[in-house]
Design a protein. Structure first.
Length: 328
């Protein structure tokens, strides 16, 4: 570990370990590991749905006919789900509308199933909930990537003995560095520390930057927590030191599109700041990096269009990137 820290202390950005475009490419092994991690997380998050379905089946089994389901008050929300209505959609329904929706489910799908109507309604409940979980998992991919990135940042701070404060996204309060930082990456919104020169820094995630007119994944500011002012610092562009894109999707099929989106966003950032005669650093981190995009990223690193880049699946690159960031 001491040897690694000596290497990191010498580094400015990842160009000392990224010698060729191929060094950025996500390997088949890393892709496979990413898919497995995603599948495990999806299974973990599906557990409450399966348990709910078990309870739903027990309660629904009290009904002798499909229409008797209307008389079991405890399962009405689950019946609405089985009818294909989302929680958001239900907000627009009155009691009469809800009854009509459930009747439609019963008459069109449950009664034709005969004595198997309970199994049918549970299957439909699981189908709708599973579809909803699939949609939410697309958003969770980004959250998981951010958590992995934050965990590496916290590890770098810990290894170097650097003190920090962190903004709890749940309580909206700044907290001191805990003696045990287990799982705080799951609710960390922003991080504050002093760089080696004693300058105050705040790193925050997913902020809308007015000068760019876009939401940015990684935002580094020259400020303390008071100046950060719950994110209001975005209105002071001269305080922005670095803006970066973070793409957590592991599927190679979507890699080029992630780079295209991220590269366009970074280009817009640089143009926006240049119009106001302001300079800043820009960076790109992704889990899925294919050969073609790796060549383009490498070229931008060499000509210094990009200040830094890293493959999220390669620990050495992420650690080195975080070290660079903490020293800015």
């Amino acid at each position: 570990m001491c040897t690694l820290m000596k290497e990191l202390n010498k580094s400015k950005n990842n160009m000392n370990i990224i010698k060729t475009p191929e060094d950025l490419v996500t390997s088949r092994e890393q892709t496979r590991a990413g898919f497995i991690a995603f599948a495990l997380e999806k299974n973990r998050r599906s557990t409450p749905i399966i348990e709910n379905a078990k309870s739903f089946k027990v309660l629904a089994s009290k009904a002798k006919t499909a229409k008797d389901l209307l008389n079991i008050s405890e399962i009405q929300p689950a019946l609405l789900t089985a009818a294909g209505l989302s929680d958001k959609a239900i907000n627009y329904f009155n009691e009469e509308d809800k009854k009509k929706a459930i009747l439609g489910l019963i008459e069109n799908f449950l009664e034709p199933a005969g004595k198997y109507f309970v199994d049918e309604v549970v299957y439909r409940y699981l189908l709708i909930k599973g579809d909803s979980l699939g949609g939410s998992m697309r958003n969770i991919v980004g959250a998981i990537a951010q958590q992995k990135f934050v965990r590496t940042l916290l590890s770098n701070l810990s290894i170097s003995g650097t003190n920090y404060q962190w903004l709890d996204n749940k309580t909206k309060n700044w907290e001191e560095k805990p003696s045990n930082d287990f799982a705080i990456e799951e609710q960390l919104k922003a991080l504050s520390w002093k760089n080696p020169k004693g300058k105050n820094r705040v790193l925050s995630f997913n902020l809308s930057i007015p000068i760019v007119k876009n939401n940015i994944d990684i935002c580094l500011f020259s400020s303390d927590i008071e100046e950060y002012s719950n994110g209001e610092i975005v209105n002071t562009p001269e305080k922005i030191l670095m803006l970066g894109e973070l793409k957590g999707g592991i599927d190679p099929a979507g890699a080029d599109e992630h780079w295209k989106t991220g590269n366009t966003a970074l280009h817009r950032i640089r143009e926006s700041f240049a119009k106001h005669d302001l300079k800043l650093e820009t960076s790109f981190i992704a889990a899925a990096i294919e050969k073609k995009m790796a060549t383009e990223i490498f070229a931008q690193l060499k000509n210094k269009t990009l200040s830094n880049a890293a493959n999220l699946t390669i620990d050495k690159q992420v650690v080195n990137y975080c070290n660079w960031l903490l020293k800015l």
